[in-house]
Design a protein around this ligand. Structure first.
Ligand SMILES: Nc1ncnc2c1ncn2[C@@H]1O[C@H](COP(=O)(O)OP(=O)(O)O)[C@@H](O)[C@H]1O
Ligand SMILES: [Mg+2]
Length: 384
């Protein structure tokens, strides 16, 4: 097929041609928007799941919906970078400034926004900003105080328009402790004081536990949504819809084959769909095309999706990862891994920091991407 027309979107956070199977989450958010119009405020939302299931795409979709309804929105992608501490604080400050500018222009509230803008610019969040406090004296209390103050001031303004202020945080498990606490505590105050403020977070499956570790009442502050693989019908639509939009069709056998191979994971569906578009000589796509597409798609995954984590691991960390893969379990006990327990601790910590594995519950370990164990099994061990 004509590569210029390839309608699939393999990648990170790329907006899919059609966002399949997320009606429940979208409806829940719709309700937040509708209730905000009536000055009724609910809980924030947390989306959690493995890499490649479509959290970022969904988060961006919800944010676009909020923007469309005139909300004051801020987007933050948390980074646990060693290079620059406080990048997240700065991102939040910048996001608040830009969001406020857009909001106040749209609603002709320039004057009312000036006071809020002053608070943001003078806050400890702005690293290079005009903070009156010396950098050394910035503390967790400052962060909390500043976030609360800004949200309180903005609340009045957004309430007058029947909308809300929402901070969309992607990769939220990577947020540092003081910012996490500030957002949770402010969400808590918002629910008590009736402030139109929401934290909408997305992250790995351990995000709910991460939030509860910060403040135990976080369990009751949010609507928690587990984002998993698509069901069979949605997975089929995720392949069929994009193709049909540019005149491509699947034979039932070819479609069944790709759906089975992707196991419902949006990233895999996009990669296989895209490969199908590349290999098929014409439409409707046939079973032989599907075999070729799965082969080509898997090769692409082996060059991009999986190595983006694997290549970041040191030889010692890879040994640890191989030990996890060798168990054949999704969430093996760390004590059951065939690796010297003395070295396991630091390796585990490094692999978690690099986003390759996470701890689904105390004493257990899992890969953050689906299919990682079989990818590892396909790799020749050159580290020995
Ligand atoms: N609901 C969906 N239906 C179809 N494709 C999707 C859906 N959600 C995401 N995708 C696609 O899946 C891939 C991974 O999405 P992304 O949002 O980056 O996942 P995550 O943030 O969970 O790692 C992207 O190629 C995206 O276009
Ligand atoms: Mg993402």
């Amino acid at each position: 097929m004509d590569p210029a027309l390839n309608p699939y979107t393999p990648g990170s956070g790329r907006r899919p041609h059609s966002l399949q199977g997320r009606d429940r989450e979208i409806e829940a958010f719709d309700l937040l928007v509708a209730r905000a119009k009536a000055r009724r405020y609910d809980r924030g939302m947390i989306l959690s799941g493995l890499r490649g299931v479509g959290k970022t795409a969904l988060l961006n979709h919800l944010r676009a919906h909020a923007e469309h309804h005139g909300w004051f929105t801020v987007r933050l992608e948390a980074q646990n970078s060693e290079s620059g501490a406080r990048v997240n604080h700065k991102q939040l400050a910048t996001g608040l400034r830009h969001g406020l500018r857009k909001f106040s222009t749209k609603h002709a509230l320039k004057q009312a926004a000036e006071g809020v803008m002053g608070l943001i610019e003078g806050s400890s969040l702005s690293v290079a900003g005009v903070s009156v406090r010396a950098p050394a004296s910035r503390s967790a209390e400052d962060t909390l105080f500043d976030v609360e103050e800004i949200v309180e001031a903005a609340s009045e303004m957004v309430r007058s328009k029947g909308v809300a202020l929402a901070v969309f945080v992607d990769e939220m498990q990577d947020l540092e402790a003081d910012l996490t606490a500030a957002l949770i505590v402010t969400q808590h105050r918002a629910s008590q004081e009736g402030w139109p403020f929401y934290v909408i977070g997305a992250g790995l499956p351990n995000l709910p536990a991460f939030l509860a570790d910060s403040r135990s009442y976080a369990e009751r502050l949010f609507l928690y949504c587990k984002i998993g693989p698509l069901d069979d019908a949605a997975a089929r639509q995720a392949l069929v819809d994009p193709a049909e939009s540019v005149g491509g069709r699947y034979s039932p056998e070819a479609l069944g084959k790709l759906v089975a191979a992707a196991e419902g994971y949006p990233y895999f569906l996009q990669e296989f769909g895209s490969a199908m578009w590349e290999v098929a000589a014409g439409t409707p796509f046939q079973l032989e095309d599907a075999d070729l597409a799965i082969e080509a798609g898997t090769a692409l995954l082996d060059r991009g999706f999986f190595p983006s984590r694997w290549d970041r691991a040191t030889p010692a960390e890879r040994k640890y990862l191989r030990a996890i893969a060798a168990t054949g379990e999704t969430a093996p006990k760390t004590s059951s891994l065939s690796i010297a327990q003395t070295t396991a601790g630091p390796l585990r910590a490094a692999a978690i920091r690099k986003g390759i594995v996470y701890s689904p519950e105390h004493g257990r370990i899992s890969f953050t991407v689906p299919g990682m164990a079989t990818f590892i099994a396909r790799q020749i061990d050159t580290d020995e």
